[in-house]
Write a protein that binds this ligand. Structure first.
Ligand SMILES: [Zn+2]
Length: 202
């Protein structure tokens, strides 16, 4: 069964949001166009309490994009983003959400960040997504969304470890740091993840 996993297509990650991914809005029509080709569509939302550990504002003397360590794990400090229930945490208004069967929310624990759709950044707690997809019969998993070099990358890496056959949809994802992403893409290919475009799916 073919499943589409849409990662964090939320207002705060759009060019006019608080943590903008360049050209993030351009992926929305491509994601909408391919939805009919999937048996199951699942989406994630980054969904933080206001006092979340990943916000620079919650660390005295720290600035946005500073690097710190939390429990020995590197943590980038971000501008406040995707605060639970705010407009910034909502999906982009043009994203077709009608066919999204389930939404998995992550980053809800204020003490730890969660880039991957499957686990928090210390791999301590599962979101339940892997079990859900397996129970639904997912074999091929197509991933897209924002940001390609962070949440999509960490998700696809976990998805491979969970045994799914993974596809990364290039024109339905945008990176925060495109240069860093070029390297990550090579490591994704080395992990056996197949690179596709929306045209390949249509
Ligand atoms: Zn976040």
């Amino acid at each position: 069964m073919k499943t589409l996993l849409i990662i964090d297509v939320q207002n705060d990650f759009m060019p006019n949001g608080s943590l903008p991914v360049p050209y993030g809005n351009e992926i929305v029509p491509n994601i909408n166009a391919i939805q009919d080709k999937f048996d199951l569509i699942v989406a994630t939302q980054d969904w933080h309490p206001r006092d979340h550990v990943s916000f620079a504002n919650n660390h005295e003397g720290k600035s946005n994009f500073d690097e710190i360590k939390i429990h020995g794990v590197p943590q980038t400090l971000w501008p406040d983003h995707c605060v639970q229930g705010t407009e910034g945490a909502a999906f982009h208004p043009d994203l077709n959400t009608n066919k999204i069967e389930t939404i998995f929310r992550k980053g809800t624990d204020k003490t730890i960040d969660s880039y991957s759709a499957f686990y928090d950044n210390r791999h301590l707690k599962s979101t339940g997504l892997a079990g859900y997809l397996k129970e639904k019969g997912t074999s091929a998993l197509y991933l897209c969304g924002l940001a390609a070099d962070i949440c999509v990358y960490f998700s696809v890496r976990d998805a491979v470890k969970e045994g799914f056959s993974c596809f990364f949809i290039e024109d339905a994802s945008k990176a925060l740091d495109t240069k860093a992403f070029e390297k990550l893409k090579k490591s994704m290919v080395a992990m056996g993840i197949k690179m596709v475009t929306s045209a390949d799916i249509l």
